[in-house]
Design a binder for this molecule. Structure first.
Ligand code: FAD
Length: 287
């Protein structure tokens, strides 16, 4: 099933994100965690992609397993900046063969010292077009309510986002954010620029203090004072931080649903217990 059709559901729905193992040795434990999350029956699951190495092959394997064994629709991520047309086509063939119908088209982060002189792809929009031309896939893209760190400003970033939609992206998933007002402002700006596709908020339940530093480094996201005081108070106590982080994420999700958003993507990070708790907290809302 195509995600663009899943998103037509007018009732509150949740999807989860998982990441493939970094080494073959970890495959079984990651697969088990993914299956436990799939048993919660989310409306779909996304599987991230690490360019090169074992993880790119595992993105297909995990996505396929979720669909075939667990009956959960999967969204396979695919990045392009350090890839060639040939590699992208071979990955698309594998995804088609595995009956994966949904791809999140990404540029990927630019590695330090990267030689950008002979690239087959410069932006996610190049990949989105290529996938659409290949045929048969529902294509999504990433977006950044606080602007992508490479952009001069958020207006320029939204203009570029419009190019991504014009290249074939049918829905967008946001980078994590911790203040819903940032998302509402972004939605308003995107609609003003003519971006009318579904924009799915991505929510990250923070379960340890170190994750906060990583989140800030990765996305430059603004941490509201209310959230920072939770981290200050509970960041060094794993159990307390897990409980508080899940409560904070739940609160964000309820506010999003209350404000007319129908679908939320949760960065569940291969943690079935976190995914389960979030759904328990929403048991009368997400049915
Ligand atoms: P792009 O859309 O290409 O944007 C990157 C920069 O280029 C922006 O500044 C943008 O404004 C500019 N730009 C875009 N299009 C144009 C254009 N046509 N002309 C000029 N400028 C342009 N990374 C992974 O490696 N694997 C994953 O699985 C993964 N999953 C992700 C999922 C989500 C929901 C998100 C939000 C991010 C994910 N990332 C992943 C990280 C992502 O790869 C990085 O943030 C990367 O730096 C940018 O990727 P992008 O697809 O957003 O790039």
């Amino acid at each position: 099933m195509k995600i663009i059709d899943i998103l037509k559901n007018p009732n509150p729905t949740i999807s989860f994100e998982v990441f493939p193992p970094k080494t073959d040795a970890l495959f079984d434990s990651v697969e088990k965690a993914c299956e436990e999350i799939a048993d919660l029956k989310p409306s779909y699951m996304s599987v991230t992609y690490g360019a090169g190495g074992g993880t790119s092959a595992h993105t297909v394997n995990i996505s396929k397993n979720l669909q075939e064994k667990k009956g959960v629709v999967s969204l396979a991520h695919l990045s392009c900046i350090s890839s060639t047309e040939e590699l992208v086509h071979s990955q698309l063939e594998k995804l088609r063969e595995a009956k994966i119908e949904n791809i999140l088209a990404l540029r990927g982060d630019i590695p330090e010292g990267f030689d950008a002189s002979h690239l087959d792809y410069h932006h996610a929009s190049d990949l989105a077009k290529e996938i659409k031309d290949f045929g048969g896939f529902c294509v999504g893209g990433a977006c950044y309510p606080e602007g992508h760190p490479d952009s001069a400003n958020s207006n320029e970033d939204i203009d570029n986002l419009k190019k991504k939609i014009d290249s074939g992206c049918e829905f967008l998933t946001t980078q994590m954010f911790f203040d819903n007002n940032i998302h509402y402002k972004f939605l308003y700006k995107a609609r003003e620029k003519g971006i009318f596709c579904p924009i799915i908020p991505g929510i990250m339940p923070i379960t340890n203090g170190k994750q906060v530093e990583r989140a800030i480094k990765l996305s430059g996201t603004i941490m509201p004072a209310r959230f920072l005081s939770i981290v200050d108070r509970f960041g060094n106590d794993k159990e307390a931080m897990t409980q508080a982080g899940i409560a904070y994420a739940t609160d964000q999700i309820i506010d999003l649903f209350a404000n007319g958003i129908t679908h939320v993507h949760v960065y569940s990070m291969n943690k079935p217990e976190v995914a389960k708790k979030i759904l328990e907290n929403l048991s009368a809302i997400v049915k």
